[in-house]
Design a protein around this ligand. Structure first.
Ligand SMILES: Cc1cc2nc3c(=O)[nH]c(=O)nc-3n(C[C@H](O)[C@H](O)[C@H](O)COP(=O)(O)OP(=O)(O)OC[C@H]3O[C@@H](n4cnc5c(N)ncnc54)[C@H](O)[C@@H]3O)c2cc1C
Length: 316
């Protein structure tokens, strides 16, 4: 276990961070407000990066100071520990929210910063009549998070529209992958650990704007009819096992509605855990363990977490 770092405004790291323009640094920043589940203790250093040049200086600096790092997008696929995160949590902002659209012979090329909100892009694509992104309506993540997770829904996923990815590695060096150089699997892009996605190039198709919009509206309705609303959550907690659905299995073992503390397996959809108000990350983790153990006992199926745990935990 890492000890809580001595974070203060006078630390050697803080002095160096202040030398880099384009960073916003907060000490001991509570993370619950940055996670869709509204759970999570403090980050020693919470660093928002506004510009590419700042990112290229920041990552080697943190390496030199031996400060552990992790990245946060919109926090919609993470479970952040109650004790929080030791080291630095890095979130892209500012210039990383830019998007450029170009049309060429029926194809739309979308060059987009990793901090862009997916849902905004879906709506803009629909307005302009570019098809391919509709599946992402209702996925409350950033482009960076969606790339890393290979986010998907309703038979499509990110890998189908990605043409190339840019990022920065832990030495501050720019990295770039073409679609062919990337390996996507179900809810994973195998993005290298320690590197940050900064920009994604996507390929969409030019179609009739009214048709694209109507497809988006149909998917919104479908989502509303099946997923819980009203309580903070992180979407699906488990990946679907081959040929089955995690939600069906958890419901079948009788855990729909099960509560630990203020965390509850949703009564609407058993693959969601909702925060009824003031839930602890540990409550959520224990509910997940319970679901996993019962499904294994009754169906001999191993459920794998889709949600990624961040921060300090007592258990693996
Ligand atoms: C109501 C709800 C519905 C959802 N529906 C769906 C769905 O239909 N399909 C689906 O696939 N997901 C769904 N999700 C889950 C989630 O929205 C997606 O996985 C989303 O793509 C995560 O993006 P994010 O920006 O929130 O990433 P985060 O949750 O912040 O991070 C996810 C992972 O990506 C890493 N990461 C984030 N940004 C970067 C970056 N720039 N560089 C490197 N690493 C990075 C993080 O370290 C973490 O490991 C849903 C979630 C909610 C709350």
């Amino acid at each position: 276990m890492l000890a809580m770092a001595k974070v203060n405004d006078e630390s050697a790291l803080m002095r160096d961070l202040k030398e880099i323009p384009g960073l916003r640094v907060k000490l001991a920043e509570p993370l619950a407000r940055y996670a869709s589940m509204k759970i999570g203790g403090p980050a020693d250093y919470f660093i928002e990066v506004e510009r590419g040049a700042a990112l290229a200086q920041l990552l080697p600096l943190l390496k030199r100071h031996r400060t552990p790092i992790c990245f946060l997008g919109n926090g919609s696929n993470v479970l952040i520990s109650d004790r929080g995160v030791r080291g630095a949590v890095i979130r892209l902002a500012g210039d990383f929210k830019r998007a450029e659209w170009q049309e060429e012979g029926g194809v739309a090329w979308l060059e987009v910063g990793a901090a862009c909100a997916l849902t905004q892009l879906v709506r803009e694509a629909a307005r302009q009549g570019y098809a391919g992104l509709e599946f992402a309506e209702g996925i409350p993540g950033t482009v960076g998070g969606a790339l890393v997770m290979n986010a998907g829904a309703y038979g499509s996923e990110f890998e189908k529209i990605v043409d190339g990815v840019e990022g920065v590695d832990s030495d501050g060096q720019a990295i770039r992958y073409s679609r062919k150089e990337m390996t996507f699997t179900y809810r994973d892009s195998h993005w290298p650990a320690g590197a940050v996605v900064t920009r994604v190039r996507m390929r969409l198709r030019k179609e009739d704007a009214a048709q694209v919009s109507s497809k988006v509206r149909a998917l919104v309705a479908k989502r509303k009819s099946s997923q819980p609303s009203g309580y903070p959550n992180s979407g699906s907690m488990f990946r679907n096992p081959p040929g089955d659905f995690a939600g069906r299995l958890i419901e079948a073992v009788g855990l729909k509605g099960k509560r630990i503390g203020q965390a509850q397996i949703s009564e609407r959809h058993a693959n969601f855990i909702v925060n009824l108000g003031g839930a602890k990350a540990e409550d959520v983790r224990r509910l997940m363990e319970l679901a996993r153990a019962e499904v294994k006992k009754q169906f001999a199926v191993e459920l794998a977490a889709e949600v990624r745990r961040l921060g300090e935990w007592d258990v693996e």
